[in-house]
Design a protein around this ligand. Sequence first.
Ligand code: SF4
Length: 582
Amino acid sequence: MTRREGTGPGDDTDRRLRREVWLMGRPDAARAPSDSLTVVVCYPQSYELGMSNLGFQTAFRSFAEQPGVHCERAFLPPARESAPGLLVTGSAGDRPSDRAGQRADAPAAVSLETGTPLRDFDVVAFSVSYELDFFGLARMLEAGGVPLRARERGEDDPLVLMGGVCSLLNPEPVADFLDAAAIGDARALAPAVSTSLLAGRAMDRRERLSALTRVPGIYVPSFYEPTHDGDGTLSGFRALDGAPLPVRANWGGRGAPAVTAVISSGSHFADAFLVEMSSGCARRCRYCAAGHVYHPVVFHDLEEMERSVDAPLEHTRRVGLVSAALADHPSAVELLTRLAERGVEVTVSSIHADRVDRRLASALVKAGVRTVSLALETVTERLRSAIGKPVTDDVLSSAVSALASEGIEGLKLYFMLGLPGEMDEDVEAIPPLARGLFETFASGRRRVRTSVGLSSFVPKPRTPFQWLPMAGVAELRSKLSFVRRGLSRYSRIDVSAGGPREARREGVLARGGRELSNAIALCVEEGLPWGAALRTAAVDPKTVLDRLRDEGEVFPWDVVDVGLSKERLLASLRKARKEWDL
Ligand code: SF4
Protein backbone atom coordinates (compact mmCIF):
# COMPACT_ATOMS: atom_id res chain seq x y z
CA MET A 1 0.00 0.00 0.00
CA THR A 2 1.15 3.51 -0.69
CA ARG A 3 2.07 6.27 1.72
CA ARG A 4 0.86 9.83 1.59
CA GLU A 5 3.02 12.62 0.31
CA GLY A 6 1.06 15.72 1.28
CA THR A 7 2.17 19.26 0.64
CA GLY A 8 0.25 20.54 3.66
CA PRO A 9 -2.89 22.63 3.58
CA GLY A 10 -2.89 26.02 1.89
CA ASP A 11 -3.77 29.36 3.53
CA ASP A 12 -7.51 29.16 2.83
CA THR A 13 -7.64 25.64 4.14
CA ASP A 14 -5.65 26.63 7.22
CA ARG A 15 -8.20 29.31 7.99
CA ARG A 16 -11.01 26.83 7.50
CA LEU A 17 -9.39 24.26 9.76
CA ARG A 18 -8.79 26.84 12.50
CA ARG A 19 -12.50 27.61 12.54
CA GLU A 20 -13.48 24.01 13.15
CA VAL A 21 -14.37 22.45 16.49
CA TRP A 22 -13.51 18.78 16.76
CA LEU A 23 -15.77 16.61 18.89
CA MET A 24 -13.60 13.55 18.32
CA GLY A 25 -9.85 12.95 18.30
CA ARG A 26 -8.18 15.00 15.59
CA PRO A 27 -6.15 12.87 13.15
CA ASP A 28 -2.46 13.74 13.16
CA ALA A 29 -0.69 12.55 10.01
CA ALA A 30 2.74 13.03 11.60
CA ARG A 31 1.89 10.72 14.46
CA ALA A 32 0.06 8.03 12.52
CA PRO A 33 2.03 4.77 12.54
CA SER A 34 3.65 4.15 9.17
CA ASP A 35 1.61 0.97 8.70
CA SER A 36 -1.75 2.73 9.18
CA LEU A 37 -4.47 2.17 6.63
CA THR A 38 -4.86 5.62 5.09
CA VAL A 39 -8.40 6.62 4.17
CA VAL A 40 -9.68 9.84 2.66
CA VAL A 41 -13.42 10.32 3.03
CA CYS A 42 -14.68 12.41 0.11
CA TYR A 43 -17.77 14.48 -0.48
CA PRO A 44 -18.34 15.15 -4.20
CA GLN A 45 -19.53 18.65 -3.53
CA SER A 46 -18.20 21.74 -1.76
CA TYR A 47 -16.84 21.85 1.79
CA GLU A 48 -19.88 23.93 2.83
CA LEU A 49 -22.33 21.25 1.73
CA GLY A 50 -20.24 18.29 2.82
CA MET A 51 -19.73 19.52 6.35
CA SER A 52 -23.47 20.04 6.76
CA ASN A 53 -24.21 16.47 5.64
CA LEU A 54 -24.66 14.09 8.55
CA GLY A 55 -23.99 11.05 6.33
CA PHE A 56 -20.57 12.41 5.36
CA GLN A 57 -19.77 13.33 8.96
CA THR A 58 -20.77 9.85 10.10
CA ALA A 59 -18.65 8.14 7.44
CA PHE A 60 -15.64 10.27 8.42
CA ARG A 61 -16.04 9.55 12.13
CA SER A 62 -16.62 5.85 11.49
CA PHE A 63 -13.32 5.45 9.62
CA ALA A 64 -11.34 7.89 11.75
CA GLU A 65 -12.16 6.08 14.99
CA GLN A 66 -10.92 2.70 13.77
CA PRO A 67 -7.68 1.48 15.31
CA GLY A 68 -4.92 1.35 12.72
CA VAL A 69 -6.68 3.81 10.40
CA HIS A 70 -5.50 7.34 9.60
CA CYS A 71 -8.37 9.33 8.08
CA GLU A 72 -8.62 12.70 6.30
CA ARG A 73 -11.32 14.54 4.34
CA ALA A 74 -11.57 15.83 0.77
CA PHE A 75 -14.16 17.85 -1.13
CA LEU A 76 -14.80 18.70 -4.75
CA PRO A 77 -12.18 21.33 -5.59
CA PRO A 78 -13.60 24.71 -6.57
CA ALA A 79 -13.29 25.74 -10.20
CA ARG A 80 -10.53 28.13 -11.17
CA GLU A 81 -11.23 30.94 -13.59
CA SER A 82 -8.76 29.37 -15.97
CA ALA A 83 -10.84 26.18 -15.87
CA PRO A 84 -14.32 27.61 -16.44
CA GLY A 85 -15.94 24.26 -17.12
CA LEU A 86 -15.23 22.91 -13.68
CA LEU A 87 -18.05 24.00 -11.44
CA VAL A 88 -18.36 23.35 -7.75
CA THR A 89 -22.03 22.66 -7.46
CA GLY A 90 -23.76 19.52 -8.62
CA SER A 91 -27.23 20.83 -8.06
CA ALA A 92 -29.68 22.20 -10.57
CA GLY A 93 -27.81 24.38 -12.99
CA ASP A 94 -24.61 22.37 -12.83
CA ARG A 95 -24.80 21.09 -16.32
CA PRO A 96 -22.47 18.29 -17.28
CA SER A 97 -22.18 20.11 -20.59
CA ASP A 98 -20.39 22.77 -18.57
CA ARG A 99 -17.96 20.31 -17.10
CA ALA A 100 -15.33 19.99 -19.76
CA GLY A 101 -12.84 17.21 -19.17
CA GLN A 102 -10.05 17.53 -16.68
CA ARG A 103 -7.78 20.34 -17.80
CA ALA A 104 -4.07 20.55 -17.17
CA ASP A 105 -4.57 23.56 -14.90
CA ALA A 106 -7.66 22.25 -13.11
CA PRO A 107 -7.39 22.24 -9.32
CA ALA A 108 -6.18 18.97 -7.88
CA ALA A 109 -8.35 16.96 -5.50
CA VAL A 110 -6.32 16.78 -2.31
CA SER A 111 -7.11 16.08 1.32
CA LEU A 112 -8.09 18.98 3.52
CA GLU A 113 -5.81 18.10 6.41
CA THR A 114 -2.46 17.54 4.66
CA GLY A 115 -3.00 18.50 1.00
CA THR A 116 -2.32 14.90 -0.04
CA PRO A 117 -3.60 13.90 -3.51
CA LEU A 118 -6.31 11.24 -3.43
CA ARG A 119 -4.08 8.81 -5.34
CA ASP A 120 -1.71 8.58 -2.35
CA PHE A 121 -4.30 7.12 0.06
CA ASP A 122 -5.00 3.43 0.49
CA VAL A 123 -8.77 3.99 0.36
CA VAL A 124 -10.77 6.77 -1.28
CA ALA A 125 -14.26 6.56 0.27
CA PHE A 126 -17.12 8.66 -1.12
CA SER A 127 -20.34 9.53 0.65
CA VAL A 128 -22.97 10.23 -2.05
CA SER A 129 -26.50 11.30 -1.28
CA TYR A 130 -27.58 12.76 -4.61
CA GLU A 131 -27.33 11.10 -8.02
CA LEU A 132 -26.14 14.23 -9.82
CA ASP A 133 -23.07 14.06 -7.60
CA PHE A 134 -21.88 11.03 -9.60
CA PHE A 135 -20.23 13.62 -11.83
CA GLY A 136 -18.45 15.11 -8.83
CA LEU A 137 -17.26 11.65 -7.80
CA ALA A 138 -15.76 11.02 -11.24
CA ARG A 139 -14.21 14.48 -11.34
CA MET A 140 -12.63 14.07 -7.94
CA LEU A 141 -11.05 10.76 -8.95
CA GLU A 142 -9.62 12.35 -12.03
CA ALA A 143 -8.47 15.47 -10.23
CA GLY A 144 -6.98 13.29 -7.50
CA GLY A 145 -4.86 11.27 -9.95
CA VAL A 146 -6.85 8.05 -9.46
CA PRO A 147 -7.59 6.09 -12.67
CA LEU A 148 -11.29 6.58 -13.29
CA ARG A 149 -12.19 2.97 -14.07
CA ALA A 150 -11.57 0.32 -11.47
CA ARG A 151 -10.16 -2.07 -14.07
CA GLU A 152 -7.41 0.44 -14.92
CA ARG A 153 -6.14 0.63 -11.35
CA GLY A 154 -2.95 -1.15 -10.40
CA GLU A 155 -1.48 -2.50 -7.18
CA ASP A 156 -0.37 0.96 -6.00
CA ASP A 157 -3.67 2.70 -6.66
CA PRO A 158 -6.22 3.23 -3.91
CA LEU A 159 -9.39 1.21 -3.50
CA VAL A 160 -12.40 3.39 -4.34
CA LEU A 161 -15.46 2.89 -2.16
CA MET A 162 -18.89 4.53 -2.25
CA GLY A 163 -21.48 4.71 0.52
CA GLY A 164 -24.50 6.87 1.20
CA VAL A 165 -28.09 6.70 0.05
CA CYS A 166 -27.09 6.43 -3.64
CA SER A 167 -25.24 3.25 -2.82
CA LEU A 168 -28.39 1.83 -1.25
CA LEU A 169 -30.67 2.89 -4.07
CA ASN A 170 -28.60 1.92 -7.10
CA PRO A 171 -24.79 1.86 -7.28
CA GLU A 172 -24.77 0.47 -10.86
CA PRO A 173 -24.43 3.77 -12.80
CA VAL A 174 -20.98 4.24 -11.24
CA ALA A 175 -20.11 0.54 -10.91
CA ASP A 176 -17.18 0.84 -13.35
CA PHE A 177 -15.59 3.50 -11.13
CA LEU A 178 -15.99 1.61 -7.85
CA ASP A 179 -13.89 -1.10 -6.30
CA ALA A 180 -16.65 -1.54 -3.71
CA ALA A 181 -19.97 -0.07 -2.62
CA ALA A 182 -21.09 0.00 1.01
CA ILE A 183 -24.71 -1.10 1.36
CA GLY A 184 -25.96 -0.13 4.82
CA ASP A 185 -24.79 2.04 7.66
CA ALA A 186 -21.24 3.43 7.81
CA ARG A 187 -21.09 2.71 11.53
CA ALA A 188 -21.14 -1.02 10.82
CA LEU A 189 -19.42 -1.01 7.43
CA ALA A 190 -16.39 1.24 8.05
CA PRO A 191 -15.08 -1.00 10.89
CA ALA A 192 -15.69 -4.16 8.84
CA VAL A 193 -13.96 -2.77 5.73
CA SER A 194 -11.03 -1.45 7.78
CA THR A 195 -10.56 -4.80 9.52
CA SER A 196 -10.66 -6.68 6.23
CA LEU A 197 -8.15 -4.36 4.55
CA LEU A 198 -5.78 -4.27 7.53
CA ALA A 199 -5.81 -8.05 7.63
CA GLY A 200 -5.22 -8.20 3.88
CA ARG A 201 -2.09 -6.04 3.74
CA ALA A 202 0.00 -8.83 2.25
CA MET A 203 -2.61 -9.69 -0.37
CA ASP A 204 -2.67 -8.45 -3.93
CA ARG A 205 -5.47 -6.19 -5.12
CA ARG A 206 -7.76 -8.96 -6.43
CA GLU A 207 -7.37 -10.94 -3.19
CA ARG A 208 -8.25 -7.87 -1.11
CA LEU A 209 -11.35 -7.31 -3.24
CA SER A 210 -12.27 -10.95 -2.95
CA ALA A 211 -12.00 -10.67 0.85
CA LEU A 212 -14.31 -7.63 0.71
CA THR A 213 -16.99 -9.69 -1.04
CA ARG A 214 -17.22 -11.69 2.19
CA VAL A 215 -17.88 -8.60 4.32
CA PRO A 216 -21.66 -8.39 4.92
CA GLY A 217 -23.04 -5.33 3.10
CA ILE A 218 -20.13 -4.86 0.69
CA TYR A 219 -20.78 -5.06 -3.05
CA VAL A 220 -17.71 -5.45 -5.26
CA PRO A 221 -18.92 -4.74 -8.82
CA SER A 222 -16.00 -6.49 -10.56
CA PHE A 223 -17.25 -9.78 -9.08
CA TYR A 224 -20.61 -9.44 -10.84
CA GLU A 225 -21.39 -9.56 -14.55
CA PRO A 226 -24.73 -8.25 -15.80
CA THR A 227 -26.40 -10.71 -18.20
CA HIS A 228 -28.75 -9.74 -21.03
CA ASP A 229 -31.50 -11.24 -23.17
CA GLY A 230 -31.17 -11.35 -26.94
CA ASP A 231 -32.75 -7.90 -27.27
CA GLY A 232 -30.27 -6.39 -24.82
CA THR A 233 -32.65 -6.28 -21.84
CA LEU A 234 -31.00 -6.89 -18.49
CA SER A 235 -31.81 -10.45 -17.43
CA GLY A 236 -29.81 -10.74 -14.21
CA PHE A 237 -26.31 -10.88 -12.75
CA ARG A 238 -23.71 -13.60 -12.64
CA ALA A 239 -21.64 -13.68 -9.45
CA LEU A 240 -17.97 -14.68 -9.82
CA ASP A 241 -15.72 -16.60 -7.45
CA GLY A 242 -18.39 -17.35 -4.89
CA ALA A 243 -19.46 -13.74 -4.31
CA PRO A 244 -22.94 -13.59 -2.72
CA LEU A 245 -25.91 -12.77 -4.96
CA PRO A 246 -27.77 -10.63 -4.13
CA VAL A 247 -25.60 -8.58 -1.81
CA ARG A 248 -27.59 -8.00 1.36
CA ALA A 249 -27.51 -4.68 3.21
CA ASN A 250 -25.79 -4.51 6.57
CA TRP A 251 -28.07 -2.58 8.89
CA GLY A 252 -25.90 -2.78 11.99
CA GLY A 253 -24.80 0.39 13.73
CA ARG A 254 -28.12 2.25 13.70
CA GLY A 255 -28.84 1.95 17.41
CA ALA A 256 -27.45 5.30 18.58
CA PRO A 257 -28.09 8.72 17.05
CA ALA A 258 -25.56 9.81 14.44
CA VAL A 259 -24.08 13.18 15.42
CA THR A 260 -21.71 15.79 14.01
CA ALA A 261 -18.03 14.91 14.32
CA VAL A 262 -16.65 18.34 13.42
CA ILE A 263 -18.55 21.61 13.90
CA SER A 264 -17.68 24.15 11.23
CA SER A 265 -18.50 27.81 10.91
CA GLY A 266 -17.93 27.39 7.17
CA SER A 267 -20.60 24.77 6.68
CA HIS A 268 -23.97 25.46 5.07
CA PHE A 269 -25.56 25.28 8.56
CA ALA A 270 -22.85 27.43 10.12
CA ASP A 271 -21.76 26.21 13.55
CA ALA A 272 -24.64 23.75 13.81
CA PHE A 273 -24.33 20.49 15.69
CA LEU A 274 -26.49 17.87 13.96
CA VAL A 275 -28.31 15.10 15.83
CA GLU A 276 -30.18 12.26 14.15
CA MET A 277 -33.60 11.84 15.80
CA SER A 278 -34.71 8.85 13.79
CA SER A 279 -33.61 6.72 10.91
CA GLY A 280 -36.21 5.80 8.29
CA CYS A 281 -39.90 6.58 8.17
CA ALA A 282 -42.86 4.33 8.81
CA ARG A 283 -45.23 6.15 6.47
CA ARG A 284 -43.81 4.78 3.25
CA CYS A 285 -45.30 7.31 0.87
CA ARG A 286 -45.23 5.59 -2.50
CA TYR A 287 -42.87 8.04 -4.21
CA CYS A 288 -40.35 8.32 -1.35
CA ALA A 289 -37.10 6.36 -1.38
CA ALA A 290 -36.09 7.41 2.16
CA GLY A 291 -39.40 6.09 3.44
CA HIS A 292 -38.70 2.64 2.01
CA VAL A 293 -35.01 2.03 2.06
CA TYR A 294 -34.13 2.59 5.73
CA HIS A 295 -35.87 0.01 7.81
CA PRO A 296 -36.91 -0.88 10.30
CA VAL A 297 -37.57 2.65 11.50
CA VAL A 298 -35.46 3.59 14.51
CA PHE A 299 -36.52 6.37 16.91
CA HIS A 300 -33.60 7.41 19.06
CA ASP A 301 -33.87 7.62 22.81
CA LEU A 302 -34.74 11.05 24.23
CA GLU A 303 -32.12 10.95 27.00
CA GLU A 304 -29.43 9.82 24.59
CA MET A 305 -30.24 12.61 22.14
CA GLU A 306 -30.20 15.20 24.90
CA ARG A 307 -26.91 13.88 26.28
CA SER A 308 -25.35 14.08 22.84
CA VAL A 309 -25.52 17.89 22.91
CA ASP A 310 -23.80 18.28 26.30
CA ALA A 311 -20.24 18.67 24.96
CA PRO A 312 -21.16 20.57 21.76
CA LEU A 313 -23.05 23.19 23.78
CA GLU A 314 -19.70 24.42 25.07
CA HIS A 315 -18.98 25.55 21.51
CA THR A 316 -22.29 26.35 19.84
CA ARG A 317 -25.94 27.10 20.61
CA ARG A 318 -27.18 25.80 17.25
CA VAL A 319 -28.55 22.28 16.99
CA GLY A 320 -30.02 20.77 13.81
CA LEU A 321 -32.46 17.90 14.34
CA VAL A 322 -32.21 15.44 11.46
CA SER A 323 -35.17 13.19 10.79
CA ALA A 324 -37.27 12.06 7.83
CA ALA A 325 -40.35 12.66 9.97
CA LEU A 326 -39.47 14.76 13.01
CA ALA A 327 -42.97 15.11 14.36
CA ASP A 328 -43.54 11.34 14.25
CA HIS A 329 -40.94 10.90 16.98
CA PRO A 330 -42.85 10.18 20.20
CA SER A 331 -40.53 12.53 22.14
CA ALA A 332 -40.33 15.36 19.61
CA VAL A 333 -42.08 17.95 21.78
CA GLU A 334 -40.17 16.93 24.89
CA LEU A 335 -36.82 17.13 23.08
CA LEU A 336 -37.61 20.58 21.65
CA THR A 337 -38.71 21.75 25.09
CA ARG A 338 -35.58 20.48 26.83
CA LEU A 339 -33.31 22.02 24.19
CA ALA A 340 -35.15 25.34 24.46
CA GLU A 341 -34.68 25.31 28.24
CA ARG A 342 -30.95 24.97 27.65
CA GLY A 343 -30.92 28.03 25.40
CA VAL A 344 -30.46 26.07 22.17
CA GLU A 345 -31.52 27.45 18.82
CA VAL A 346 -32.94 24.53 16.83
CA THR A 347 -33.27 24.00 13.09
CA VAL A 348 -35.56 21.32 11.69
CA SER A 349 -36.33 19.81 8.30
CA SER A 350 -39.84 19.64 6.86
CA ILE A 351 -42.70 18.53 9.11
CA HIS A 352 -45.78 16.48 8.37
CA ALA A 353 -48.88 18.62 8.56
CA ASP A 354 -51.02 15.99 10.26
CA ARG A 355 -48.71 16.10 13.30
CA VAL A 356 -48.77 19.85 13.73
CA ASP A 357 -50.84 21.12 16.63
CA ARG A 358 -50.46 24.07 18.98
CA ARG A 359 -48.33 22.08 21.41
CA LEU A 360 -45.76 21.19 18.73
CA ALA A 361 -45.91 24.70 17.23
CA SER A 362 -45.30 26.26 20.62
CA ALA A 363 -42.33 23.96 21.29
CA LEU A 364 -40.86 24.85 17.90
CA VAL A 365 -41.19 28.58 18.56
CA LYS A 366 -39.63 28.28 22.02
CA ALA A 367 -36.71 26.36 20.47
CA GLY A 368 -36.07 29.26 18.13
CA VAL A 369 -37.61 27.83 14.96
CA ARG A 370 -38.84 30.75 12.84
CA THR A 371 -39.83 29.03 9.60
CA VAL A 372 -41.61 25.73 9.08
CA SER A 373 -41.68 23.74 5.84
CA LEU A 374 -44.57 21.47 4.98
CA ALA A 375 -44.02 18.95 2.18
CA LEU A 376 -47.54 18.73 0.74
CA GLU A 377 -46.48 17.37 -2.69
CA THR A 378 -49.96 17.58 -4.15
CA VAL A 379 -53.25 19.21 -3.32
CA THR A 380 -56.24 17.12 -4.28
CA GLU A 381 -57.27 14.52 -1.77
CA ARG A 382 -57.59 11.93 -4.56
CA LEU A 383 -53.95 12.27 -5.60
CA ARG A 384 -52.71 12.61 -2.02
CA SER A 385 -54.28 9.32 -1.21
CA ALA A 386 -52.91 7.73 -4.39
CA ILE A 387 -49.32 8.69 -3.60
CA GLY A 388 -49.75 7.35 -0.08
CA LYS A 389 -49.79 10.68 1.73
CA PRO A 390 -53.43 11.15 2.66
CA VAL A 391 -54.22 14.37 4.45
CA THR A 392 -57.32 16.49 4.25
CA ASP A 393 -57.57 20.21 3.58
CA ASP A 394 -59.09 20.66 7.05
CA VAL A 395 -56.06 19.07 8.66
CA LEU A 396 -53.76 21.31 6.63
CA SER A 397 -55.67 24.38 7.53
CA SER A 398 -55.67 23.58 11.21
CA ALA A 399 -51.88 22.86 11.11
CA VAL A 400 -51.23 26.22 9.49
CA SER A 401 -53.49 27.99 11.99
CA ALA A 402 -51.60 26.36 14.86
CA LEU A 403 -48.24 27.52 13.43
CA ALA A 404 -49.59 31.05 12.98
CA SER A 405 -51.18 31.32 16.39
CA GLU A 406 -47.97 30.25 18.14
CA GLY A 407 -45.89 32.82 16.25
CA ILE A 408 -44.05 30.95 13.48
CA GLU A 409 -42.96 33.70 11.07
CA GLY A 410 -42.27 31.83 7.85
CA LEU A 411 -44.08 29.06 6.02
CA LYS A 412 -42.71 27.15 3.05
CA LEU A 413 -44.87 24.71 1.09
CA TYR A 414 -43.37 22.06 -1.18
CA PHE A 415 -45.18 20.61 -4.18
CA MET A 416 -44.16 17.98 -6.67
CA LEU A 417 -45.23 17.97 -10.32
CA GLY A 418 -45.49 15.12 -12.78
CA LEU A 419 -46.75 12.61 -10.21
CA PRO A 420 -48.28 9.44 -11.63
CA GLY A 421 -52.00 9.80 -12.10
CA GLU A 422 -51.74 13.61 -11.99
CA MET A 423 -54.42 15.40 -13.99
CA ASP A 424 -54.83 19.03 -15.01
CA GLU A 425 -57.16 19.65 -12.09
CA ASP A 426 -54.42 18.54 -9.66
CA VAL A 427 -52.04 21.12 -11.05
CA GLU A 428 -54.63 23.86 -11.35
CA ALA A 429 -55.54 23.45 -7.71
CA ILE A 430 -52.04 24.27 -6.42
CA PRO A 431 -52.03 28.10 -6.60
CA PRO A 432 -55.44 28.59 -4.94
CA LEU A 433 -54.67 26.08 -2.21
CA ALA A 434 -51.29 27.67 -1.49
CA ARG A 435 -52.87 31.09 -1.43
CA GLY A 436 -55.60 29.93 0.96
CA LEU A 437 -53.08 28.41 3.34
CA PHE A 438 -50.86 31.48 3.24
CA GLU A 439 -53.87 33.70 4.00
CA THR A 440 -54.71 31.52 6.98
CA PHE A 441 -51.06 31.68 8.02
CA ALA A 442 -50.84 35.47 7.74
CA SER A 443 -54.13 35.88 9.64
CA GLY A 444 -53.75 39.63 9.88
CA ARG A 445 -50.01 39.56 10.60
CA ARG A 446 -47.92 41.80 8.37
CA ARG A 447 -44.46 40.37 8.86
CA VAL A 448 -44.72 36.84 7.58
CA ARG A 449 -42.60 35.08 4.98
CA THR A 450 -44.32 32.76 2.53
CA SER A 451 -42.62 30.64 -0.10
CA VAL A 452 -43.23 27.68 -2.36
CA GLY A 453 -40.75 25.07 -3.59
CA LEU A 454 -41.59 23.15 -6.76
CA SER A 455 -39.90 19.99 -7.94
CA SER A 456 -40.44 17.26 -10.51
CA PHE A 457 -41.34 13.72 -9.56
CA VAL A 458 -38.54 11.20 -10.26
CA PRO A 459 -39.55 7.51 -10.02
CA LYS A 460 -36.81 6.30 -7.69
CA PRO A 461 -35.57 2.74 -7.27
CA ARG A 462 -36.88 0.73 -4.32
CA THR A 463 -40.25 2.48 -4.23
CA PRO A 464 -43.64 1.21 -5.45
CA PHE A 465 -43.31 3.74 -8.29
CA GLN A 466 -40.07 2.23 -9.61
CA TRP A 467 -42.05 0.52 -12.39
CA LEU A 468 -43.58 3.79 -13.64
CA PRO A 469 -42.36 6.20 -16.33
CA MET A 470 -41.32 9.77 -15.64
CA ALA A 471 -43.02 12.79 -17.20
CA GLY A 472 -41.19 14.44 -20.11
CA VAL A 473 -39.48 17.83 -20.07
CA ALA A 474 -42.22 19.57 -22.07
CA GLU A 475 -44.99 18.34 -19.76
CA LEU A 476 -43.04 19.26 -16.62
CA ARG A 477 -42.12 22.68 -18.00
CA SER A 478 -45.68 23.48 -18.87
CA LYS A 479 -46.92 22.42 -15.42
CA LEU A 480 -44.18 24.38 -13.68
CA SER A 481 -44.92 27.53 -15.62
CA PHE A 482 -48.63 27.14 -15.02
CA VAL A 483 -48.10 26.96 -11.26
CA ARG A 484 -45.51 29.75 -11.34
CA ARG A 485 -47.91 31.99 -13.24
CA GLY A 486 -50.71 31.13 -10.86
CA LEU A 487 -48.58 31.98 -7.83
CA SER A 488 -47.11 35.14 -9.38
CA ARG A 489 -50.48 36.80 -8.82
CA TYR A 490 -49.71 36.73 -5.12
CA SER A 491 -46.81 39.10 -4.76
CA ARG A 492 -45.77 37.95 -1.31
CA ILE A 493 -45.04 34.37 -2.30
CA ASP A 494 -41.43 33.53 -3.22
CA VAL A 495 -41.26 30.63 -5.64
CA SER A 496 -38.25 28.41 -6.28
CA ALA A 497 -38.24 25.51 -8.71
CA GLY A 498 -35.84 22.81 -9.84
CA GLY A 499 -35.46 22.45 -13.59
CA PRO A 500 -37.14 19.54 -15.44
CA ARG A 501 -33.97 18.82 -17.41
CA GLU A 502 -31.98 18.32 -14.22
CA ALA A 503 -34.77 16.16 -12.82
CA ARG A 504 -34.71 13.97 -15.95
CA ARG A 505 -30.93 13.69 -15.67
CA GLU A 506 -31.33 12.72 -12.03
CA GLY A 507 -33.88 10.11 -13.15
CA VAL A 508 -31.49 8.55 -15.68
CA LEU A 509 -28.67 8.49 -13.13
CA ALA A 510 -30.96 7.02 -10.46
CA ARG A 511 -32.42 4.25 -12.63
CA GLY A 512 -29.71 3.39 -15.14
CA GLY A 513 -27.35 0.47 -15.27
CA ARG A 514 -23.61 0.02 -15.52
CA GLU A 515 -23.53 1.40 -19.07
CA LEU A 516 -24.02 4.86 -17.58
CA SER A 517 -20.46 4.82 -16.24
CA ASN A 518 -19.29 5.34 -19.84
CA ALA A 519 -21.58 8.34 -20.31
CA ILE A 520 -20.38 9.94 -17.07
CA ALA A 521 -16.77 9.28 -18.04
CA LEU A 522 -17.30 10.90 -21.45
CA CYS A 523 -18.62 14.05 -19.75
CA VAL A 524 -15.72 14.23 -17.36
CA GLU A 525 -12.86 13.03 -19.57
CA GLU A 526 -13.92 14.39 -22.97
CA GLY A 527 -16.09 17.30 -21.90
CA LEU A 528 -19.05 16.00 -23.90
CA PRO A 529 -22.48 17.46 -23.16
CA TRP A 530 -24.75 14.98 -21.37
CA GLY A 531 -26.97 14.27 -24.40
CA ALA A 532 -23.96 13.59 -26.64
CA ALA A 533 -22.35 11.45 -23.94
CA LEU A 534 -25.50 9.33 -23.67
CA ARG A 535 -25.64 8.89 -27.43
CA THR A 536 -21.96 7.96 -27.64
CA ALA A 537 -22.38 5.49 -24.80
CA ALA A 538 -25.48 4.07 -26.56
CA VAL A 539 -27.76 4.84 -23.62
CA ASP A 540 -31.29 5.80 -24.61
CA PRO A 541 -32.75 7.96 -21.82
CA LYS A 542 -36.27 7.14 -23.03
CA THR A 543 -35.68 3.45 -22.43
CA VAL A 544 -34.44 4.24 -18.94
CA LEU A 545 -37.18 6.71 -18.02
CA ASP A 546 -40.20 6.60 -20.27
CA ARG A 547 -41.42 3.02 -20.12
CA LEU A 548 -44.04 1.43 -17.94
CA ARG A 549 -41.96 -1.52 -16.71
CA ASP A 550 -43.16 -5.07 -16.76
CA GLU A 551 -43.79 -6.37 -13.24
CA GLY A 552 -41.19 -9.09 -13.73
CA GLU A 553 -38.50 -6.81 -15.16
CA VAL A 554 -35.02 -7.15 -13.68
CA PHE A 555 -33.66 -3.82 -12.47
CA PRO A 556 -29.97 -2.87 -12.30
CA TRP A 557 -30.37 -2.36 -8.54
CA ASP A 558 -31.64 -5.92 -8.02
CA VAL A 559 -28.04 -7.02 -7.53
CA VAL A 560 -28.37 -5.50 -4.06
CA ASP A 561 -31.04 -6.46 -1.54
CA VAL A 562 -31.80 -3.85 1.08
CA GLY A 563 -34.44 -6.07 2.67
CA LEU A 564 -37.48 -4.74 0.81
CA SER A 565 -39.84 -7.27 -0.66
CA LYS A 566 -40.54 -6.60 -4.34
CA GLU A 567 -43.92 -8.27 -3.84
CA ARG A 568 -44.82 -5.74 -1.20
CA LEU A 569 -43.80 -2.84 -3.42
CA LEU A 570 -45.80 -4.35 -6.27
CA ALA A 571 -48.86 -4.76 -4.07
CA SER A 572 -48.63 -1.09 -3.16
CA LEU A 573 -48.26 -0.13 -6.84
CA ARG A 574 -51.23 -2.27 -7.85
CA LYS A 575 -53.33 -0.58 -5.20
CA ALA A 576 -52.34 2.83 -6.49
CA ARG A 577 -52.98 1.86 -10.10
CA LYS A 578 -56.45 0.68 -9.23
CA GLU A 579 -57.16 4.04 -7.65
CA TRP A 580 -55.92 5.89 -10.73
CA ASP A 581 -57.12 3.40 -13.31
CA LEU A 582 -53.59 3.41 -14.82
S1 SF4 B 1 -42.27 11.56 2.20
FE1 SF4 B 1 -41.89 11.97 4.36
S2 SF4 B 1 -43.60 10.93 5.39
FE2 SF4 B 1 -43.50 10.08 3.36
S3 SF4 B 1 -42.23 8.27 3.56
FE3 SF4 B 1 -40.89 9.95 2.91
S4 SF4 B 1 -40.07 10.77 4.82
FE4 SF4 B 1 -41.86 9.53 5.36
